[in-house]
Design a protein around this ligand. Sequence first.
Ligand SMILES: *[C@@H]1O[C@H](CO)[C@@H](O)[C@H](O)[C@H]1NC(C)=O
Ligand SMILES: *[C@@H]1O[C@H](CO)[C@@H](O)[C@H](O)[C@H]1NC(C)=O
Ligand SMILES: *[C@@H]1O[C@H](CO)[C@@H](O)[C@H](O)[C@H]1NC(C)=O
Ligand SMILES: *[C@@H]1O[C@H](CO)[C@@H](O)[C@H](O)[C@H]1NC(C)=O
Ligand SMILES: *[C@@H]1O[C@H](CO)[C@@H](O)[C@H](O)[C@H]1NC(C)=O
Length: 783
Amino acid sequence: MERSLHRNKRWRCVAYMVALVTLWNEASAQIRYSISEEVKEGSVVGNIAKDLGIDKATLKDREYRIVGSSTEPLFRLNKDDGILYVSRKVDREEICERSNTCIINIKTVLENPLEIHYVAIEVMDINDHSPVFPEKEKRLEIFESTLPGARFQLQPARDPDGGQFTVQQYKLSHNDHFRLEVKERGEDRKMPFLILQKQLDREAMGEHKLLLTAIDGGKPAMSETIEIVIVVLDVNDNSPVFTKDVYSTILNENANPGTLVIQVNATDLDEGANSEIVYTFGKEVDIHLQKLFHIDPRTGEIKVTGLIDFEAKDRYAIDIKASDKGPVPLATEKSVIITIADLNDNAPEIEVTSFSSAIPEDSKPGTTVALISVNDNDSGLNGKVICYVSEDVPFTLTPSLQDNMFSIVTKSLLDREHQSKYDVTIIAKDAGDKPLSSHRTISVTVSDVNDNSPEFSTNPYTLYVVENNVAGASLFSVSAYDCDEGDNALISYNIVRHGDEHKTITSFLNINSETGDILALKSFDFETMKTFQFQVVATDSGTPSLSSNVTVNVFILDQNDNAPVILYPVSSNGSAEGVEEIPRNVNAGHLVTKVRAYDADIGYNGWLLFSLQEVTDHSLFGLDRYTGQIRTLRSFTETDEAEHKLVILVKDNGNVSLSATATVVVKVVEPKEAFAASDVKSATKNEEENNVTFYLMITLGSVSTLFLISIIVLIAMQCSKTTDYTSKYLQETNYDGTLCHSIQYRSGDKRYMLVGPRMSIGSTIVPGSHANTLVSGMNAVDK
Ligand SMILES: *[C@@H]1O[C@H](CO)[C@@H](O)[C@H](O)[C@H]1NC(C)=O
Ligand SMILES: *[C@@H]1O[C@H](CO)[C@@H](O)[C@H](O)[C@H]1NC(C)=O
Ligand SMILES: *[C@@H]1O[C@H](CO)[C@@H](O)[C@H](O)[C@H]1NC(C)=O
Ligand SMILES: *[C@@H]1O[C@H](CO)[C@@H](O)[C@H](O)[C@H]1NC(C)=O
Ligand SMILES: *[C@@H]1O[C@H](CO)[C@@H](O)[C@H](O)[C@H]1NC(C)=O
């Protein structure tokens, strides 16, 4: 039998194919044909009639047919010529499956006479099938950790063709990791295996695609290729890796909670859970730090949760751990550097390190009162402190050798009496962007030094005392004030007792050294002493003590305590009685006599008025009220009596007036004898009067001089007064009666009348033109 036809010309050549007729030894099969599978429908299998030797002519009479039950016979027998045709496509693999030889037996019947022939048709195999893999694609999942040498069985390809047309070999596309191994499994079954040659790395290549080709033994060979997808399964073999080498950031202090500080990021080359990263603080990170910061385990964001204080710590190094979620997690740590930026959030602090709360007022400028230190916890400019004290105090700050230490010293002299306490406010201000400042006030007390003398409220004191004061009673009191305090202001008063002149006066004065009350130990008599002065010293109790003195000018005021004294007439036994003899022939207006009296008091108290209290004949004698002259009013007549008695009342003008009486008896005598008597009398009288005039001139002169000096002294004393206290001296010469030179002294509403200057001993004043009253200094002798 020949089969040399080319595969693709198969269909056309089948007709010409010479069937190899072999006589079968077996009785049942007389004829044996062989055909290739897949010949065309209508192809001739063989000429059975000819091969059986049946004459073609006989076939006309005899019916030749195939018997069989098959409804769709593979073959058809032409009953006219006995040629067997293929009636439909013969597929060996369909008919015989995988048996090595495929023989179809058919039974033919030739009738008249009946002959049965068995025909065996061998269907010859052709390579009409490619190898077929059971799956289009093969997926293999291999852990990357799988060691080299591991074997993975692959599904073998099947080829319906038999024999040499079945799969003969497998080929694997080129790759680094796998090689192919084919194992014979009896008959012609070949089992392909993938052998891992080199360890896989999912991270390098997660999927490998290999091509496996199965090739059969046909010529030309047919092949089939399948893709083998090798999925490399992840194994947690990679640690997380931080994306940056260094994580560092700057964070402002006092950042609000929730502020994002920095985000760390780590990646893991593994996949799935093996690459899912959880961020945590490293084991070494202490609890305190974990309160300040929080890390989001999922995102790696580090946020502020606590109070960030530059002053507490200015730099943080936090270890962050990134671990994956693999079954055996892998972890990496990285340090995150957080630098804290300072904000001006601390006000300067002022601390008083030493402080003397009281300093003496006589401290020199530059005396240290307190030491202060200032501190600002911020750094840089925010912590640079400028310090000063308020302007209005006599203190200043001087820097000390040590940093941020200052001493508060006095700037000028202090005066406790001016200000005894200072509130010194120290202001400290930093140099930050928004400067903060703080202040502190210290109270400095200026302690007293005895630098003030006592001061009297008025100087000099002028005191008016009415004479006849009660002895032992308080006259008045002096008072001094001392600006110092405590003992330095505790004043004791003393009367200055030295010098002859003062000693006598001051001996009857006493002073209460505490209160300054001045007592007069005796009663003053104006007529004896009209004025005096003394000095009071006020001494404080400081050490050393200071003192000052004041002059007290005392003016004694007159009281009407002296009754008029009749000087003339005075009888030998001392009573105011006298006898005057006048001639009967005197005319009217004849001066009979003059009553003389004096009053030791002054002013109205000493101003005497005369009046007739008793007279025998009112028509005869007249009395001058002011001068005390008694004159005749008319000539005497014969009827007039020879003796007349006149009682003259002398009265002063005091508020409660005092008086005295004088009695003058006038005897009227005959002219002759009276004349002689009158001559003698008038001669002596003139002599007497001349003498009086001479003394008066001397006295008047000296008194005027003294008076002038006194006036000047008084004016000087008044001018030396610094107060508004004004007083006027009115010099007034009163010619009325006995009112002599007087000084009216007005002080405020009060009006005093003084009789002038201190009288010199024994002096006599006869003021007034009439000189009818003598104010004698005879009593004004210091006792
Ligand atoms: C982390 O880094 C990776 C790789 O650089 C990037 O793809 C990812 O977006 C980053 N994650 C974050 C949260 O920044
Ligand atoms: C400043 O720092 C000192 C010492 O560290 C501390 O005692 C003080 O309380 C701080 N002051 C402020 C206002 O924080
Ligand atoms: C009184 O004071 C004056 C000066 O004020 C002084 O000169 C005088 O000595 C003092 N007199 C006495 C007694 O202290
Ligand atoms: C003084 O003498 C007169 C007579 O000359 C007489 O009247 C009078 O009483 C006498 N007075 C006294 C106090 O003796
Ligand atoms: C005189 O005395 C009366 C009553 O005795 C008194 O009211 C009056 O003030 C006194 N006058 C003088 C100037 O003393």
